[in-house]
Ligand binder design. Structure first.
Ligand code: ADP
Ligand code: ADP
Ligand code: MG
Length: 501
């Protein structure tokens, strides 16, 4: 096992990975930008190295500085987390060339799966079903028009280098194609530095179902079943669950086999996810492979009982997977909600601001993965995800009730969040029936407004500021806090009341 690992990320995933290191008895090195000097991941790590100014291009995307930090601190391996450099084959190579272990797949697998058009071609070769589509480096717009007619509308224009839902346009009829090609190319050029786009048949009322795979260096490749991620806004997931309500055991087995085949086709090692789009009849087609740990990995951990972050580190250290496919099973039901600083009543516009008070839900079967808390700030520099609330229960109905309760207990003051929106999704009859497709939010909640809050946010903020003011004024708990009795459990009554709001 490694003695020291550098975590090349920030926020909740850095926190989660530092904890995984500590569970393995491995020391963890954090890297941070000037904006994150007081961040939780920096405080939890055994050592931390400043790598630059807040802008990701000058810090968390500076592979050279991150590798320098690893060498300086004597780390033997680098875990990239998700986002940032996690799917950069050049970074994976540079890490290896520096004599360090990259905790992820081989450079070549990242490269092959990183370009969607190339991945589609490899999948077709390997016999994995792909969505009917068209790709060409030399095609003119009139070639695209002809091919779209052949595929049949609606079609989807997608960026070859895409990720995070960017560079995607749905086109309903021939009249919209040229504009969509232009818009997707501009967005792709801006986001990924590559304007290449391709066409796919748009699967209407589709369900996003993905398979977690895991492979060790000795040729054992397994899948850990599915996650359904159909609840999306802007083609980005906000709620995920497992098992999926769509697929029967026989389909699950075929999907799992297809995912393992996809991984083997590129010589995959470590954790990865094969994403499929399924139609109402559960016909499924390959969309892409994410060659990294995914945001929604906790739900798989809860139903399989296996810690994916620990397994990633073990596999990278050369250990064999401690199970075969036959040893794996799903038990119970898990749901994840992504809590974002954003305004669902205003096109999900990202929100920024200080987190004046954060009280996370706790209880049996509730897991909250977060990198921020009271006193931290959500800035424009990074992804506005505040936390992931994950629940586990024996049945889907019980998991839904548990999530509803957990969300209702979560207090975040100072910045607008999607918490009330998530709760409305969780309580929606279409979601309860297990029938939500990727259109769910557009169809059911496009004109969403928050219900009248029992207490206006301003009143809550005033209460928090009052509490902060009084604790500043009083300093350490005094005799007065306990009504004259310094051993009274009822000291600090303000704080006690606020917790109950
Ligand atoms: P997941 O598939 O794990 O749910 P997402 O697509 O939501 O992942 O993306 C995970 C994180 O990585 C998000 O913070 C997202 O902004 C970021 N991300 C994904 N793809 C890219 C990309 N190509 N470039 C930059 N950031 C990306
Ligand atoms: P990204 O790399 O941005 O995650 P994906 O290829 O995974 O891009 O697509 C993002 C989302 O767009 C999917 O989760 C799905 O909801 C939708 N989508 C992608 N391709 C199709 C398709 N052919 N038909 C229907 N929906 C699709
Ligand atoms: Mg995707």
């Amino acid at each position: 096992m490694f003695a020291k690992i550098l975590i090349a990320n920030r926020g909740e995933i850095a926190v989660r990975l530092i904890r995984a290191c500590h569970e393995l008895g491995v020391s963890a090195v954090a890297v941070y930008s000037e904006a994150d000097a007081r961040a939780l991941h920096v405080r939890l790590a055994d050592e931390a190295v400043l790598i630059g100014p807040p802008a990701p291009q000058e810090s968390y995307l500076r592979g050279d500085k991150i590798i320098d930090a690893a060498l300086q601190t004597g780390a033997q391996a680098v875990h990239p987390g998700y986002g940032f450099l996690s799917e950069s084959p050049d970074f994976a190579r540079a890490v290896q060339e520096a004599g360090l272990v990259f905790i992820g797949p081989p450079e070549q697998a990242i490269r092959q799966m990183g370009v969607k058009t190339e991945a589609r071609a490899i999948m077709e070769q390997a016999g994995v079903p792909i969505v009917p589509g068209f790709q060409s480096d030399t095609a003119t717009d009139s070639d695209f028009q002809r091919e779209a007619d052949r595929i049949g509308y609606p079609v989807m224009v997608k960026a070859a280098g895409g990720g995070g839902g960017k560079g995607i346009r749905v086109v309903d009829s021939p009249g919209g194609l040229i504009d969509a090609l232009g818009a997707a190319r501009r967005e792709a050029e801006h986001a990924f530095g590559d304007p290449t786009v391709f066409l796919e048949k748009y699967i209407e009322h589709g369900r996003h179902i993905e398979i977690q795979v895991l492979a060790d260096m000795r040729g054992n490749t397994v899948h850990l079943f599915e996650r359904e991620c159909s609840i999306q806004r802007r083609h980005q997931k906000i709620i995920e669950e497992t098992p999926s309500t769509l697929i029967a055991p026989e389909v699950r087995a075929r999907m799992g086999e297809a995912a393992v085949k996809a991984a083997q086709a590129v010589g995959y090692v470590n954790a990865g996810t094969v994403e499929f789009i399924a139609d109402a009849q559960a016909n499924f087609y390959f969309m892409e492979m994410n060659t990294r740990l995914q945001v929604e990995h906790p739900i798989t951990e809860l139903v399989t009982g296996h810690d994916l972050a620990l397994l990633q580190i073990r596999v990278a250290a050369g250990e064999p997977l401690p199970f075969t496919q036959a040893d794996l099973s799903q038990r119970g039901h898990a749901i994840e909600c992504r809590v974002y600083a954003e305004d669902p009543a205003n096109s999900f516009l990202p929100a920024t601001g200080p987190i004046l008070k954060s009280v996370e839900p706790i209880g049996p079967g509730i897991r909250v993965d977060t990198g921020v808390g009271t006193g931290d700030e959500v800035t424009t520099h990074y992804d506005p995800m505040i936390a992931k609330v994950v629940v586990y229960a024996e049945t889907r109905e019980a998991a839904i009730r548990k999530m509803d309760t957990a969300l209702s207990q979560y207090i975040i003051l100072g910045v607008t969040t999607n918490l009330p929106f998530l709760r409305d999704v969780i309580r929606h009859p279409v979601f309860a029936a297990g029938e939500a497709t990727t259109h769910f939010i557009d169809e059911q909640l496009s004109v969403w407004q928050p219900a009248d809050a029992e207490l206006p946010d301003e009143a809550l903020i005033a209460a928090v500021l009052g509490e902060m003011g009084s604790s500043l004024a009083h300093g350490a708990p005094s005799m007065e806090d306990g009504g004259g009795d310094s051993f009274s459990p009822w000291g600090r009554t303000d704080a006690f009341r606020l917790g109950g709001l």
